[in-house]
Design a binder for this molecule. Sequence first.
Ligand SMILES: Cc1cc2nc3c(=O)[nH]c(=O)nc-3n(C[C@H](O)[C@H](O)[C@H](O)COP(=O)(O)O)c2cc1C
Length: 410
Amino acid sequence: MEHTSKLITGSLSGVLQGHKIALCVTGSVAAVECVALARRLMRHGAEVYCVMSPMAQKIIHPYLLEWATGNPVVTELTGQIEHITLAGKGPGHVDLVLVAPATANTIGKIANGIDDTPVTTTVSSAIGARIPVVVVPAMHESMYEHPAVVANIEKLEHMGVAVLAPKLEEDKAKIPDVDTIVDRVFAALGPADLRNRHFVVTAGPTRGWIDRVRFMTNPSTGKMGIEIAREIISRGGSVTLVVGPTLLALPEEAEIRHVETSQEMMQAVLDAIAAYKTSAFISSAAVLDFEPAQKEDRKRPSGEAYSVQLVPTPKIIEEVRKKHKHLFIVGFKVESGVTDEELDARARAKVTEGICDLVVGNDERRKGAAFAADTNEVLIVGPKGFLRKVPLASKREIARVIVDEIVKRI
Ligand SMILES: Cc1cc2nc3c(=O)[nH]c(=O)nc-3n(C[C@H](O)[C@H](O)[C@H](O)COP(=O)(O)O)c2cc1C
């Protein structure tokens, strides 16, 4: 009978569906992140098997990882030759070995072919069997800067092992956040069909200032555009992400341009498109259609009613189209309480007018769709009557479908 912990499998996306991952945990305090990491990989569809060094088992108990993954945890090597079953050349081996967190000690051993823990032996076997290995160092900065550790990391990279850069803060080389690690796993297992391609993506809301302390905006969080950027990066592409105010974590590998107003977003987009050989512009930001005609350069006293005149803002996709006749442009259209037919017709107008190559239509009235939700339900429309309906799914899953449709056309 299947472990109930596995019920979450695939709840966020099917990106890792059918993939088996060995999550190797070593003796760093960052081992506490492993439960979240294992479960995020599972939510994207992976089957996760944990392997622990003896020191890791003093920091977190193997029961916790057995619960998290629903699979037995390798805590010692036995007559079952667990390292070969998991990461040898035989059938049924894992598709990827992820060492997270990786101590200075384990990095040193792997780099020098020393195998004296279940983790180091599993990794050695994986390297020999040409199974992709991703190592995620975590340690105090003093250890990370030791010349031997620096040299060992370089050795790993020369062996073809992917080493994920830690976050350097508070004198520590900290394990990156879970999403960043998962993105690297996607990249290692993904189709890599966007290598050498650059994309400009917008995300989030813009602000229209009324006076020095008040502005109008909309409820966009930027989630959809951020997931599109992550999807592109996971497939080997590079991204300039032009993002309005958001509290969400941004993909560490994207070039980020923070903006506030619609004009700033427009300028940043035009600059980014001009700076790179851009394969496509994906306009998923919720840019204000209207903004106050002027910003009062003071804080208007409270108490009295007053009117603010709103004027339309310039349309970024239209400006981009004027300057770049052949650029592949993806627009987003938000409607409110319309049927699929109306949504199709309204989204399609931008394709017919020659402004967009694809338009993603969504309806903010539908449950779990559009603003501030983790999910969305969209229609993707294109030329010659192309129409693809993507039923309610996580924004990551929707991002994957949108990027699939872009890949087919660029
Ligand atoms: C509470 C605790 C936290 C530790 N955190 C780290 C760490 O973040 N990074 C590191 O390289 N070593 C860390 N160490 C030291 C390692 O556990 C030690 O080098 C050990 O030999 C590593 O064994 P392993 O690589 O087989 O897990 C820590 C030790 C303890 C007791």
